[in-house]
Design a protein around this ligand. Structure first.
Ligand code: ZN
Length: 130
């Protein structure tokens, strides 16, 4: 299964939990594993609280970890920082499926991190189990 979501800023964090949950429900799997994968080289997936302040804190820390610099890739399309963030943070997460739903902690949400937007992003969801 797959869905699309549009980021509205150059750097953005989008809550995709409900869209992933819908894919899990459609799969009819009750007990298993849900893989959430962004097929992109300049986006990432994390799991955490979705709240405006922590969202801004994440964006600040991502920039501190991957500061602007004269990266060699910038001579091609000027988005090396976005590639580095995506490569290190990762483009997939796995969540248990229990009772037909995502088994997440009270404050956990599945978040798509946009590092080179705004643009349309695809998210692939694979649910396996019984
Ligand atoms: Zn590039």
């Amino acid at each position: 299964m797959e869905f699309s979501i549009r980021s509205s800023r150059q750097k953005d964090i989008l809550d995709i939990t409900d869209l992933v949950g819908e894919s899990v429900r459609k799969s009819k799997i009750q007990d298993g594993i849900c893989l959430v994968f962004a097929p992109h080289a300049t986006a990432g997936i994390i799991i955490n609280e979705f709240e405006p302040n922590i969202k801004q804190d994440f964006e600040m820390v991502f920039d501190k970890l991957f500061p602007a610099a004269s990266y060699r890739h910038n001579s091609i399309d000027d988005n090396a920082q976005a590639h580095l963030k995506s490569g290190i943070i990762g483009s997939e997460r796995t969540v248990p499926v229990d009772g037909g739903s995502l088994l997440l902690g009270t404050w956990q949400r599945i978040l798509l991190c946009e590092f080179d937007g705004p643009r349309e992003r695809r998210v692939v969801v694979k649910v396996v189990g019984k």
